[in-house]
Design a protein around this ligand. Structure first.
Ligand code: PLP
Length: 397
């Protein structure tokens, strides 16, 4: 039996995530400090865990409605109108999913016919291009560049558009660059989406972790609710990655199409996670604010240290990632990260894991304790100084 004959071509050609391979190495190194993983170091707040435990004690162990518990959808509806802007009908315009990951997958599968195109900005979250490929779509990355701190250029989207583009996919605050979009740029992108009749998939999973200004959702702009799928979840702001719960809010026809795929492939999100999510939305805000304060302090420290070390780093306005440049070191991002891991036992993610334009950058997550960030930055400084003396010696030879 030749296994090659049994794996679908579009899956064979899918690259493995650059992050996973790297972290398989890190897991063998107990002394390593990891700034690599994109998840909160906080344990889920106790009252949220307790809600899940209580639900278990009450014997809540069944499937739920495919769309999610109505009590959760009602809370999501309230939360969206106060935090993101639009009002969504809990019955027809909200679908609870197994994380934003599932929502991205079923949204693309609902919308795309083979060959339809998806515009998105890159460097970006590792799953976007593979999710488009798995839905038989064509990914059209629009690059953001270090020159303007990877900020979004609506004109670049307008230039990249071609017939066949159906979806505009956005992620603010952005993983891995920490960028946010201001009102003016979002207005222009919204106009672009309306003019070109695009559906917008807006992944706003880091929305609560916005440090400068207010988070603005494109779904709240005039004429946008009816063409936007707002994706959000509990993994980041509420520190609930392991609960695997997220949601999509959008026009009823799109939610209905997504629900059809969801009911066959997933059935529903786990009930205990949904019960926890209800508590998160009802009573979790203070915890979110506390965690955000901590991330902000860590961000300010880490970005200052990177710049002191000579690794130019812009201030991420949201998320929990810094994305500094290593151009000054003369190494490429993969060698830099591998040597740093071997020589100083600090794990970072090479910027190219997030697309080609992440070259000469790495992603460092500040969802790590302050003490670890102090140690890690000292080790990175040692490593960079050792490169300086290497360069000096080879220049002298
Ligand atoms: N979207 C972005 C931008 C992310 O960074 C991540 C996780 O890192 C996800 C979606 C997936 O989130 P979830 O845990 O809700 O599946």
């Amino acid at each position: 039996m030749n296994p090659e004959n049994f794996i679908a071509d579009h899956v064979k050609s899918l690259p493995r995530s650059g992050i996973r391979d790297f972290f398989a190495i890190v897991s063998e190194m107990p002394q390593a400090i990891s700034l690599g993983i994109g998840e909160p170091d906080f344990v889920t707040p106790w009252k949220i865990r307790e809600a899940s435990i209580f639900a278990l004690e009450q014997g809540k162990t069944s499937y739920t409605d495919n769309r999610g518990l109505l009590s959760l959808r009602k809370e999501i509806s309230k939360y969206c109108s106060s935090f993101f802007g639009p009002e969504y009908d809990p019955v027809s315009e909200i679908l609870v999913t197994v994380g934003v990951s599932e929502a991205i997958d079923i949204a693309l599968r609902s919308i795309l016919n083979p060959g339809d195109m998806v515009l998105y900005h890159e460097p970006c979250y590792v799953s976007y291009a593979p999710s488009v490929a798995l839905a038989f779509g064509e990914a059209i990355p629009v690059t953001t560049t270090p020159g303007n701190e990877f900020s979004l250029d609506p004109e670049a989207f307008e230039k990249a558009w071609k017939p066949g583009c159906k979806v505009l996919m956005l992620n603010f605050p952005t993983n891995p660059t920490g960028g946010t979009a201001n009102h003016e740029k979002l207005e222009r992108l919204a106009k672009f989406a309306r003019d070109k009749d695009l559906i917008v998939i807006s992944d706003e999973i880091y929305a609560e972790l916005t440090y400068e200004g207010e988070h603005v959702s494109i779904s709240s702009l005039p004429g946008m609710k009816e063409r936007t799928l707002l994706l959000h979840g509990f993994s980041k702001g509420f520190a609930m990655t392991g609960f695997r719960v997220g949601f999509g809010c959008g026009p009823d026809w799109l939610i209905e199409a997504m629900m059809k795929i969801h009911q066959y492939c997933m059935m529903c999100a786990p009930i205990l996670s949904q019960e926890a999510a209800v508590e998160a939305l009802k009573n979790g805000q203070d915890d979110v604010l506390h965690m955000r304060e901590q991330y902000k302090k860590r961000r300010d420290f880490l970005v200052r240290r990177f710049n002191e070390i000579g690794l130019a780093c812009h201030l991420p306005r949201g998320s929990f990632y810094a994305f500094p440049s290593i151009s000054s070191t003369g190494l490429n991002e993969v060698d830099f990260c591998h040597r740093l891991l071997r020589e100083q036992e600090v794990a970072l993610v090479p910027g190219t894991a997030f697309g080609d334009h992440g070259t000469h950058h790495f992603r460092a997550s500040f969802s790590t304790s302050y003490e670890k960030l102090v140690k890690a930055s000292d080790r990175i400084e040692k490593f960079v100084s050792s490169l300086d003396s290497e360069n000096f010696e080879s220049a002298a030879v």
